[in-house]
Structure formats: structure tokens, C-alpha cells
Ligand binder design. Structure first.
Ligand SMILES: Cc1cc2nc3c(=O)[nH]c(=O)nc-3n(C[C@H](O)[C@H](O)[C@H](O)COP(=O)(O)OP(=O)(O)OC[C@H]3O[C@@H](n4cnc5c(N)ncnc54)[C@H](O)[C@@H]3O)c2cc1C
Length: 412
């Protein structure tokens, strides 16, 4: 017989998925406890989208899922609580939304805080929900294959169900430092190796310090193997610095090669600063400009193609031994075949998302319940799901949370 506990459900982690799960269950007559280890809830949610919170993406679901790792396993969650449901949900809470380029949805106010506060307001005024901060959960309590509660250091708190929403390992200062993944692992769940994803690429030579955080628009970035085979490429904006390449397309491509980087496979990144100009056309143009500007200094010559910051980067590139003898060849190579070895990524402190997490073979993705421990549910980044930039990751957190919440209610 089920024990009579103080709580019906303990949610571990007051981030995007934990708060959404609590919000989904708030109308039911059940006692919900949210335990958050940080001094405040939702620290990561508040910094999403550079403080603007790209909370979902309105692409049709079949296309949406192609932007997600393990997309097919997400189908039950997304069908139960879709991108349109996220929009309706937040609009009902009074958050006005707007769509931007690439089907991305943001609050009209441009403030992620409004998304966070909307969730907190409905929870704080609900007598069934307690949120306690500075309460790190250190262990799951189980009995005869069923979860019965959690331990917070020496204190035991009992509940009929537990929902683990502890996030992944990125931006560990926000509280998601892999604790939750360890809790699941200690309870017997296999973990697919975790690695930073949606993060900048560290390259061997990097770029000039004068190009620090320099945004270059409309370039083509390719990721290649040692023998030049192109694994992935995209056009868009990049950011250069001393350590390598970041910015939107570098992050996007990184997600595709995160596992190869993690396995230390030899890879190269090639920037084409002039993707719209064909190589032989550019070659002729370089010859012509060099003739016209004979005797002028390199800055004056390079001004034909580059801003000052990148001219300094060109000079740095020459000194890092990539330059050959002929000026024409050097200019062409810098502009169109700017290639450097990838030596890693920018790490957990800069990554947007965790690739890997609780192995989905241990989770019933129709309910989000553990296949090993009854009454234990999972949602959000703790699971082996991740998506591109563009609102996919918060939608994954919201959808998995809503499905877990629905099935927790059913199970009580
Ligand atoms: C800089 C940045 C910008 C981003 N921008 C976007 C964006 O615009 N759009 C988008 O879709 N995605 C974005 N993401 C990704 C998105 O933030 C995550 O996918 C999402 O927050 C995951 O939600 P979650 O609830 O699983 O984890 P989190 O939001 O990380 O929440 C987990 C919570 O659990 C708590 N916790 C951990 N361990 C314990 C424990 N043992 N006991 C108690 N509490 C614990 C943590 O302190 C944390 O509060 C961004 C990520 C970063 C880092």
C-alpha cells in the first residue's frame, strides 16, 4: 500500500523544466515541493537568449524535430505540449510574445525575466506549491524499486513521486553542474557521455587580439577532416577571438561535431570571408588591385576587402606561418581558405547546452518515468536530448516537463 507522505511530488530543480512541471500540476489538489539548490530559482532561464529568452520556435513539428538530437523520442512530449502550447501557455500568463527571424519566439518586452516571473507568480500564489531554495538534493531514497523521497544532506523528505529536473552541466554557476545526472546514475541509470555543445570552437592559432570578439557577417564556415572532406558547413555570422571562432554558425556547427571533438578527432575549420565571390573572380580582382596600388602599404591594399580589425588579423595570420611568399596567394588564401586546426571547444562555462545525459533506453518516453524506479520521472536537459539554437532547447524542457507532470498526476 502507498505510504501517506507529506508531499505528492518533489521536483528537484527550479529551472525551466522544474517550474513548468510545477505550473502544469498547480491546479490539482496535490502537494508539490520544489527543491532548488541555488539561492534563487531559474538562474539559467533568466540569462537565456542573451537575457531575451528565445522560448520556443514555431517551425512545423516534423521540421522542429530534425533540429533535435533524439528527435523521434521527443514525439510524445511535443505532441502532448507543442510549441503552440508554449505560446498559448505564456500568453495566458500575460506574457506578450513576438516572432522574429527563423521562427524564433521572444517576449515582446525583450526580457527573459518576464518569462521567469510569469512562472513564479502563478506558483507563489498557489497554496499547493512550496519552493525552497538553498536545498541541494544529495540522494534519491528508494524502496523495493520505487522512489519514496529525497535526501538533502542529512534531511530526508518523503513523497510519492520525484521529478528530476536538475539540468545538464553548462554554465555551472547557474546551478546545473551535473549533480542531477549523478543522482540518476547513482540510482542505476546509464548515462550517455556528456559534452559541451552549442559552444565556440578553439583553434590552434586563433585570431589576432585586435579582432577580439569581432563579429564578421555573412561568411561561410566549413568543418573538415584532415584530408579535406567537408563534414558540415553553413553561412552566417561568426565571432573571432584569440582562442578561436564562436558566434551563431560556429555554435550550430559545433553541435554537429561535438562527439568528434570529444573523441579528439583531427578536424579543421575553414572560413571563407567572401563566399559570394567566386575564387577565379577574386583572384583577378586581387591582381588588379595589387597593380593599381603598387608601392602602397598593406593596410591600403587590404582595405579593398577588409575592415581594419581584420587587416590586423591578416597580419597576425601571416606571422603564424600560414603565409606563403606571393602576396596574391596570401590574400586569396586568407580571404577564401582561412583554415586552422580545431583543438577543442570553449568548454562548459560557455556552452549553451549539454549533449548527452540520462540514456533514453532507461526512460519511458511516453510518460517520462524511469524504467528502473517507479515513481521517478525526468524532464529537461538532464536527459539525452538537445537541439539547435533558436528556442528548441527550452521547448524540449517545457514539453518533457509537461508530459512528466501529466503522468505524475495520473500515477497519484
Ligand atoms: C547562456 C545560455 C543561453 C541560453 N539561451 C537559450 C534560449 O534562448 N533558448 C533556448 O531554447 N534555450 C536556451 N538555452 C538552453 C536552456 O537554458 C536550457 O535548455 C534549459 O534551461 C534547460 O532547462 P532545465 O530545467 O532542464 O535545466 P536548468 O534550467 O539548468 O535548471 C536546472 C535547475 O536544477 C537545479 N539543480 C541542479 N542540481 C540540483 C540538486 N542536486 N538539488 C536541487 N537543485 C538542483 C539547478 O540549480 C537549476 O536551477 C540557453 C542556455 C544558456 C547557458
Amino acid at each position: 500500500m502507498r505510504q501517506k507522505n507529506k508531499y505528492d511530488v518533489i521536483i528537484v530543480g527550479a529551472g525551466a523544466s522544474g517550474l513548468m512541471a510545477a505550473a502544469q500540476m498547480r491546479q490539482y489538489d496535490i502537494k508539490i515541493l520544489v527543491l532548488e539548490k541555488m539561492q534563487q530559482a531559474g538562474l539559467k532561464l533568466r540569462i537565456t537568449g542573451k537575457g531575451r529568452c528565445n522560448l520556443t520556435n514555431t517551425m512545423p513539428i516534423d521540421i522542429f524535430l530534425t533540429h533535435c538530437h533524439n528527435g523521434e523520442m521527443l514525439i510524445p512530449s511535443i505532441k502532448n505540449f507543442s510549441n503552440q502550447d508554449t505560446i498559448t501557455f505564456f500568453e495566458h500568463l500575460g506574457v506578450e510574445l513576438q516572432e522574429e527571424r527563423g521562427h524564433r519566439i521572444f517576449p515582446k518586452s525583450g526580457k527573459s525575466l518576464d518569462v521567469f516571473l510569469a512562472l513564479m507568480h502563478v506558483l507563489e500564489k498557489n497554496k499547493n506549491v512550496d519552493i525552497i531554495c538553498r536545498k541541494p538534493v544529495t540522494k534519491l531514497i528508494t524502496y523495493k524499486g520505487r522512489v519514496t523521497g529525497v535526501e538533502c544532506q542529512n534531511e530526508k523528505i518523503f513523497a510519492n513521486t520525484v521529478l528530476l529536473c536538475c539540468g545538464g552541466e553548462t554554465y555551472p554557476n547557474t546551478g546545473s553542474n551535473g549533480d542531477g545526472i549523478k543522482l540518476a546514475h547513482n540510482a542505476g541509470h546509464k548515462i550517455t557521455p556528456t559534452m559541451p555543445a552549442l559552444v565556440g570552437l578553439r583553434t590552434k592559432n586563433g585570431h589576432s587580439k585586435y579582432a577580439h570578439n569581432y563579429l564578421v557577417k555573412n561568411v561561410e564556415l566549413s568543418i573538415m577532416t584532415a584530408n579535406g572532406e567537408i563534414l558540415a558547413k553553413d553561412c552566417g555570422d561568426i565571432i573571432l577571438d584569440e582562442y578561436g571562432i564562436s558566434g551563431p554558425i560556429a555554435l550550430k556547427l559545433n553541435r554537429k561535431i561535438a562527439e568528434l571533438i570529444n573523441n579528439e578527432q583531427y578536424l579543421k575549420a575553414k572560413i571563407d570571408f567572401k563566399p559570394k565571390i567566386k575564387e577565379d573572380h577574386l583572384k583577378k580582382e586581387i591582381d588588379k588591385i595589387l597593380k593599381e596600388r603598387t608601392g602602397q602599404n598593406i593596410e591600403n591594399i587590404m582595405r579593398a576587402w577588409l575592415p581594419m580589425e581584420l587587416i590586423k588579423d591578416y597580419k597576425y595570420w601571416l606571422t603564424s606561418c600560414k603565409g606563403k611568399t606571393r602576396l596574391n596567394d596570401n590574400i586569396l588564401t586568407y580571404l577564401k581558405h582561412n583554415t586552422d586546426e580545431i583543438i577543442g571547444d570553449m568548454g562548459w562555462h560557455e556552452a549553451i547546452i549539454t549533449h548527452g545525459g540520462i540514456d533514453l533506453r532507461y526512460v519511458n518516453c511516453l510518460t517520462m518515468e524511469s524504467k528502473l524506479i517507479k515513481g521517478l520521472f525526468f524532464a529537461g536537459e538532464i536527459l539525452d536530448f538537445d537541439g539547435d539554437t533558436g528556442g528548441f532547447n527550452l521547448q524540449i524542457a517545457f514539453s518533457t516537463a509537461a508530459l512528466a507532470a501529466k503522468n505524475i498526476i495520473k500515477s497519484l
